[in-house]
Design a protein around this ligand. Structure first.
Ligand code: FMN
Length: 375
């Protein structure tokens, strides 16, 4: 019998599918609808302590490709296919006081569903590190199952917030430590994909005490420029700013980041996200070693909280397990991480000719090159 349940960072999930921190989880009514629809858990829209004021006009748009032709545009039109979401939305514009009371009410109404609170503060001063602790204590007093630290919001001007924390190993470690000093529930950390070698930030985060890493948040990106108006497709008074790319376009990039981390830390726990809309994509993350997955863009486009998406994810996993029953697979534990070790250096990929290829080295590497070859 297919069993979709799983345990991740010590928490029992009825299924490994979660709504990611984004508009689908911005209110208690959305979150409760999501649970009713079948999601195993949700990560709330990120909660902070600083006042949040979003830009004028749309905060999210969807980039589509013409099915016949080369046009890529955010213009809504028939015969086109979704490529990506693009957003410059900030964290929750509702203050902590708004969430307090509501989180506990959600948890009381749905005790078997997993509720993870996403939080964000600055990291550059003692006061900001205390803010992480204020947020942690407030949300865990509400009974949330875990906390996800947002080190990955791509549109923060402050150098010690959001993705700017995730780009700095020391800030990753220090902020995680500050939270761990007061946390009584598992602490997940959502890292930015916008760094040279995410393994370094992951290592610092685990050294800080993180129980799991979530990846990826959106990738820094600009809206396209309309060839007729010469304006960015999203702009306010003609101005655009770097925002985040999500959805199908980022799936291969997010998988690459995830593979780096699950290989470097095979015994650690990871929640995979970026570009998931059906079970096939979730499966890639599971096969690389993830224990849960999260969805944002696809859910936003499906009645705001993804009732059809979660239906497809759970039935897709059930069918997958049934198809593989003869291998003895009954749950995620039976196939998680099966392809983690299939990502190898280029020189280990077979060549059609017998001729030897040494990754660009003709002879034994020496000096500085030796160090690089060993790295
Ligand atoms: C409109 C929008 C708002 C988002 N807000 C947050 C947020 O507040 N906190 C956060 O950690 N991630 C936020 N994200 C990122 C998503 O949680 C997710 O990491 C990203 O969209 C990639 O997943 P996807 O391809 O399923 O969309 C947001 C994404 C979108 C599209």
């Amino acid at each position: 019998m297919a069993d979709l349940s799983t345990v991740f960072t010590g928490i029992r999930f009825e299924n490994p599918f979660m709504l990611a921190s984004a508009p689908p989880t911005e209110s208690e009514s959305n979150i409760m609808r999501a649970y009713e629809a079948g999601w195993g858990g949700v990560v709330t829209k990120t909660i902070g302590l600083h006042p949040v004021v979003n830009v004028r006009g749309p905060k999210t748009k969807f980039l589509r490709a013409d099915n016949a032709g080369t046009r890529l545009s955010m213009a809504k039109r028939p015969d086109s296919t979704l490529m990506a979401s693009w957003n410059w939305e900030l964290i929750s514009d509702k203050p902590l006081d708004w969430w307090v009371g509501r989180l506990s009410a959600i948890k009381r109404a749905y005790p078997t569903k997993v509720l993870v609170a996403s939080i964000m503060a600055g990291s550059g001063t003692d006061k900001e590190l205390e803010n992480w602790q204020v947020l942690t204590e407030a949300v865990q007093a509400e009974g949330v199952d875990a906390i996800e630290l947002n080190f990955s919001c791509p549109h923060m001007d402050r150098v010690d917030m959001g993705a700017n924390v995730g780009k700095d190993k020391v800030l990753c470690s220090v902020s995680t430590q500050a939270v761990k000093a007061v946390a009584r529930v598992p602490v997940w950390v959502k890292l930015t994909p916008a760094t040279a070698n995410i393994v370094e930030e992951a290592e610092a985060t685990f050294l800080g005490g993180a129980d799991a890493i979530s990846s990826s948040n959106t990738f820094p990106s600009l809206p396209l420029i309309d060839p007729e108006t010469l304006d960015f497709e999203v702009n306010v008074d003609g101005y655009a700013s770097s925002g985040g790319l999500g959805g199908p376009a980022i799936l291969p990039q997010s998988l690459a980041k995830m593979a780096q981390m699950t290989q470097a830390f095979p015994d650690r726990e990871f929640s995979g996200l970026g570009g998931i809309s059906g079970f096939d994509q979730a499966l890639s993350y599971f096969l690389l070693g993830c224990g849960t997955v999260q969805v944002a863009t696809a859910a936003m486009l499906d009645h705001a909280i993804g009732p059809n998406v979660i239906q497809a994810l759970t039935s897709g996993m059930t069918e997958f397990l049934d198809r593989n029953a003869e291998r003895g697979w009954t749950s995620l534990a039976d196939f998680r991480g099966l392809r983690r070790d299939r990502v190898v250096p280029h020189s280990r990929i077979a060549r059609p000719e017998a001729a030897e290829y040494h990754g660009g080295y003709d002879e034994e590497a020496e000096g500085y090159a030796t160090e690089l070859a060993r790295a």
